[in-house]
Design a protein around this ligand. Structure first.
Ligand code: AKG
Length: 337
């Protein structure tokens, strides 16, 4: 029986045709080297000026960084990973009760990226949840495993705090008032993608997720400590980001690129798969509220720098993003002046 997801217990001995990328689009894994100097920012160090400067440098030069001493408890992180592992180990019939390929659904299990739009699939299943406000969405979250709602909501609340603190530091690093980014983004939504990449029979022919930038403001990514898979594009080359113990990877998303008038870069990243081990990652996305108007604050163009993007609402952007395939040109290009 063909199932809609790949975490079905079926052992694949070769990659199904619908996952095979054309030669020119393959990941060329042998050419990827490790990212040697991933910026690691210690948020517990105490020297705020230094921390803000490090974040600014990382956002400008890399579009991503890692944070340690970030305030999310080790217990919350461990429980999040355990719960995610338990969820994806459930019998496929149980998981499929949550299956949907409609991006508008606020709680859903899905596969690949956008199965209705894409021509080649990706070797990933994912559970997508809306997470803010928690009391609105938690009732529709999975109740199997039984601890799911409690463990994941605890994790989400702590990650949200971290994200809002990071947005303050990012605003300061641009020379803006600490509250400025949060004010532009409004009462931010929060989404989560719990990504599960089963072992893949031919990892050199496909992706877990192909190169993309995130459409939201800020992404806080928890990587499986034991299985690497995240790669970032830097100076035209894909580099592997080794999981750092007790760290999150923080990605600048498209909205912060637009809001910073292009000073900060929304990083291109991708997930590759491997033949031996399943891999988990948990991406938490902070998203502007739907009617937030994304516009570079005046101080960023006071020196006469041209305004790079026309004003748009997040709702307009999000609709455009999901109407396309993932590995097309940068969606922000469509909003350039
Ligand atoms: O699995 C990863 O490391 C990356 C996940 C990701 O890019 C996403 O969920 O948007």
């Amino acid at each position: 029986m063909e199932t809609k997801v790949i975490s079905s217990g079926i052992k694949y001995t070769s990659l199904p045709e619908s996952y095979v990328r054309p030669e020119s689009e393959r990941p060329r894994l042998s050419e990827v080297s490790d990212c040697q100097n991933v910026p690691v920012v210690d948020l517990g160090f105490g020297d705020r000026n230094l921390m803000v400067r490090q974040i600014g440098d990382a956002c400008r030069d890399y579009g991503f960084f890692q944070v340690i001493n970030h305030g999310v408890s080790k217990d919350a992180v461990d429980k999040m990973l355990e719960t995610a592992t338990e969820f994806f180990s459930l019998p496929v019939e149980e998981k499929l009760k949550l299956y949907s390929d409609d991006p508008a659904k606020t709680t859903r299990l899905s596969t690949s990226f956008n199965v209705k739009k894409e021509t080649v699939h990706n070797w990933r299943d994912y559970l997508r949840l809306h997470c803010y406000p928690l009391e609105k969405y938690v009732p529709e979250w999975p109740s199997n495993p039984p601890s799911f709602k409690e463990m994941v909501s605890n994790y989400c609340a702590q990650v949200r705090e971290l994200g809002l603190r990071l947005e303050e530091a990012i605003a300061e690093s641009l020379g803006l008032d600490k509250e400025c980014i949060k004010k532009v983004l409004g009462d931010q939504g929060q989404h989560m993608a719990v990504n599960y990449y089963p072992p893949c029979p031919q990892p050199d022919l496909t992706y877990g997720l192909p190169g993309h930038t995130d459409p939201n403001a800020l992404t806080i990514l928890l990587q499986d400590l034991n299985v690497a898979g995240l790669q970032v594009l830097r100076d035209g080359r894909w580099l592997a980001v080794k999981p750092h113990p007790d760290a999150f990877v923080v990605n600048i998303g498209d909205q912060l690129q637009a809001l910073s008038n292009g000073i900060y870069k929304s990083v291109w990243h991708r997930a590759v798969v491997n033949a031996d081990q399943p891999r988990l990652s948990v991406a938490s996305f902070l998203c502007p509220c739907d009617h937030a108007v994304i516009s570079a604050p005046k101080p960023l163009t006071a020196d006469g720098s041209p305004v790079v993007y026309r004003d748009f609402t997040y709702a307009q952007y999000y609709k455009k993003f999901w109407s396309r395939n993932l590995d097309q040109e940068h969606c922000l290009e469509l909003f350039k002046n």
